[in-house]
Design a protein around this ligand. Structure first.
Ligand code: ZN
Ligand code: ZN
Length: 291
């Protein structure tokens, strides 16, 4: 655990990892060692269609996980990858299950249903609108920028979905497969939860969005009436995103910025923020609903 700018203890967590149980290049034991050495408190092992239960591997806490992927490599046919995180039992799913069946079964198992890497899958807000119960999505997915694709960032999906009233918790995950320096220990969440938090308490904290997503920088967002404030570790860009295609005070640029403020218009329906540090590492706030 690490203390944040306000002295609050946070868990460092990666909720998306592959191993030799599916198409990852390292065994679960090797993966646990890599993440433990990098200072992580928890990972979820999310192999394709292979449930891994909660527990511990080599001294690293494991949250139950699996990734249910539908569609092949052609987004024109509809590609959906859905993570089931923290399921208390193995989801009972046939290989022919559709995305809504997967989400519903993950919920029956008390898990979080995460729409993984929507930018990589070329998911649209129209596709998302047909699904109910998506708890979270990945605003950033490390492996989607590692050799075989270059669409790691899903901010456009997140914003167009929010314009339609679809709001998700925003995770940053590795989705590590290769473990060659390109996709492991690159993006994670920093979660506020008690030192002895149970699986249920970790899931509740994620549902309540008590975290920020990051590649390194720290970001905090708060709103008081029409004023939205970001506090962060020193960065060179602080950006606000809402349903406004343009508005004052949305792009703050400089050296060593640690705070930015913007004021929202009465017709804005949501707002979120991102920061980028001098090395190009980013962090992402939750989405604040304004109506
Ligand atoms: Zn996937
Ligand atoms: Zn994956």
């Amino acid at each position: 655990m690490e203390k944040d700018l306000f002295g609050i203890n946070r868990w460092k967590i990666n909720l998306h990892t592959h191993t030799t149980r599916s198409d990852g290049s390292r065994t679960p034991e090797e993966v646990a060692e890599i993440y433990k050495k990098a200072g992580y408190d928890v990972i979820a092992v999310t192999d394709h269609w292979k449930y891994h239960e909660s527990g511990e591997i080599g001294g690293l806490r494991i949250l139950a996980g699996a990734e249910y992927n539908i569609g092949g490599g052609n987004a024109g046919t509809g590609v959906y990858h859905i993570l089931g995180i923290g399921c208390s039992r193995e989801p009972d799913l046939a290989g022919t299950a559709g995305p809504q069946e997967i989400i519903d079964e993950v919920h029956r198992c008390k898990g979080l249903a995460v729409l993984a890497h929507p930018a990589w899958s070329l998911n649209t807000a129209q596709q998302a609108a047909k699904l109910s119960g998506i708890d979270a999505t990945e605003i950033y997915n490390s492996v989607s920028d590692a050799g075989e694709s270059s669409r790691p960032y899903s901010g456009d999906f997140v914003d167009t979905a929010a314009c339609q009233g679809l709001f998700y918790s925003l995770l940053a995950d590795d989705d590590a497969h290769f473990y060659d320096g390109s996709d492991e220990t690159k993006a994670w969440i920093m979660l506020e939860a008690g030192e002895n938090a149970s699986d249920e308490e970790l899931l509740r904290a994620i549902r309540e969005e008590k975290f920020y997503a990051t590649q390194g920088p720290e970001i905090h967002i708060r709103r008081e009436k029409n004023e939205v404030t970001v506090n962060c570790s020193p960065v060179s860009r602080i950006s606000f995103f809402s349903n406004a295609v343009w508005a004052p005070e949305r792009g703050h640029r400089g050296n060593g910025l640690t705070k930015a403020v913007c004021h929202v218009e009465p017709w804005e329906t949501f707002i979120r923020a991102e920061v980028t540090d001098a090395q190009g590492k980013m962090a992402w706030s939750r989405v604040i609903r304004l109506v």
